[in-house]
Structures are given as structure tokens and as C-alpha cells.
Design a protein around this ligand. Structure first.
Ligand SMILES: [Zn+2]
Length: 240
């Protein structure tokens, strides 16, 4: 893998993390979120669903699962120093990159005017050993988020109702695309790996035996490739 280690920021502002389900932020970028929060970034999560399908219990009430997972997500975000968590309430497992989802994500991007966005990749990674990484909701969110970032967030006459609601156009300078098979940047999470694992422990309903050990090992293995104690990888897109 060809990848550079990300630099320390020149300026800090708001960083928006867009994801499909509770626990996606921590699995994909928990160490990065904790690092940025420590550096002074105001990190905000936008979760497209409440994760009500995150159960194998046929007797479970999806509404109760949603409430549990929202609580778990808010607790995990608090561990990492996240400032705010927004839920859009789309149905878990059925996400599509619709114009409606793009409009709703555009609204949040314009609301927070982030200098950085983290979102999942819209591209299926067939080489991945984990189908979870190819969850169709993740790819749908990736497609909708990237379309919201460009061209919609910066185009005043797309979704004119947003302008009427008071959400002015904005440009997102940096986009960190996660869950990609072709990363080109890694973030040093050597100092925040334990916080990432602590945040993941808050998602108790979703953990299996060995989950945290697997995350710890893969983070360290990725870091070792770059002379770091631990790392997370992204594809970085810079907009001017
Ligand atoms: Zn997910």
C-alpha cells in the first residue's frame, strides 16, 4: 500500500463524520476522531440510521434495538470527545443513494461547514475478507455523501429549499474516504488506539468474542507498515 502519514493540521475547525450505522464511526475512524478532538477539532457525527437491524434475535423489537444503539453511539462518541451526534432516521439495511439522502446530507454539511469530512467509500472492495466492509448501506452513504460534498453543497441553486432554510453553500476542503481498498494516507493513532477500543466497548450489543483484539491487531499491523504504533487508513481528496 502506498500511503503517506497525515501531517498535523495548520488550522482546526469542524470535522464532520458521516456514517450509516452506530459503531461505524468507531470501527473506521475512532482513533482519528479522538486524535482530532485532542488537537482542538470540533467533531460532529451524522448517522443516517439508528442501526435497528443490528440484531440476530427474531424476538427483538427493532425500535428497542434502535434506542439501545443510539445510547451506545452517544456514549462511544463521548469517550472520543465528539461534540454532537445527529441522527437522520433513515431505515437501517435499506439505504440507497437517493436525492433525498443527498439533500439531507447537504443540509448537515452546510449547517456545520466542516473543513474535513470523513465518509465511507462508495466502491465495493471485493478483496476484503469482511463482508461487513461492503455493507450496501455503507456504499450508499459513501455515494450520497460524496455527491453532497460535490457538487451539491457548493452549488446554491441545487436544492434551493436549503438556501431558503438559511443554509449557505460551502466547500469542504478535505474529504477522508474510509473503508477503501486504495488508501493513500494514514493517520497516526498510536496515542489514541486505547480510546478507540474504549469507545468500541460502548457498543456492547455489537461486539463478538475477539472483536476488540482484531481491531487492536489490525491497527498495529497497519501502523507497523509506516513506522507507527497504530494507524487508520483513508483516501484523501483535497478540494480547492
Ligand atoms: Zn455499518
Amino acid at each position: 500500500m502506498v500511503a503517506a502519514v497525515s501531517d498535523s493540521p495548520q488550522a482546526v475547525g469542524t470535522a464532520l463524520l458521516i456514517a450509516a450505522h452506530p459503531d461505524d464511526p468507531e470501527f473506521g475512524a475512532g482513533g482519528t476522531v479522538a486524535r482530532w478532538a485532542r488537537e482542538g477539532w470540533r467533531v460532529v457525527y451524522v448517522l443516517c440510521t439508528r442501526g435497528e437491524q443490528g440484531t440476530h434475535d427474531v424476538a427483538a423489537d427493532p425500535r428497542a434495538v434502535a434506542r439501545l444503539r443510539e445510547r451506545e453511539q452517544r456514549a462511544a462518541a463521548a469517550v472520543l470527545g465528539v461534540a454532537e451526534v445527529v441522527f437522520l432516521d433513515y431505515p437501517d439495511g435499506l439505504l440507497e443513494p437517493t436525492l433525498g439522502l443527498r439533500r439531507d446530507l447537504t443540509r448537515e454539511i452546510r449547517r456545520f461547514a466542516p473543513l474535513r469530512v470523513i465518509c465511507p467509500s462508495p466502491v465495493r472492495v471485493l478483496e476484503s475478507a469482511y463482508l461487513r466492509r461492503n455493507h450496501p448501506d455503507h456504499m450508499a452513504v459513501g455515494a450520497a455523501a460524496l455527491a453532497a460534498i460535490y457538487p451539491t453543497a457548493s452549488s446554491p441553486h441545487l436544492f434551493p429549499e436549503l438556501l431558503a432554510e438559511g443554509f449557505a453553500p460551502c466547500i469542504v476542503p478535505e474529504v477522508y474516504v474510509g473503508e477503501t481498498g486504495s488508501p493513500d494516507i494514514v493517520v497516526d493513532i498510536g496515542d489514541t488506539l486505547e480510546l478507540k477500543l474504549a469507545a468500541l466497548r460502548e457498543h456492547a450489543s455489537q461486539l463478538r468474542d475477539g472483536t476488540l483484539e482484531r481491531v487492536r491487531d489490525s491497527s498495529r499491523q497497519l501502523g507497523a507498515l509506516h513506522g507507527l504504533a497504530a494507524a487508520e487508513a483513508f483516501r484523501l481528496i483535497v478540494q480547492t
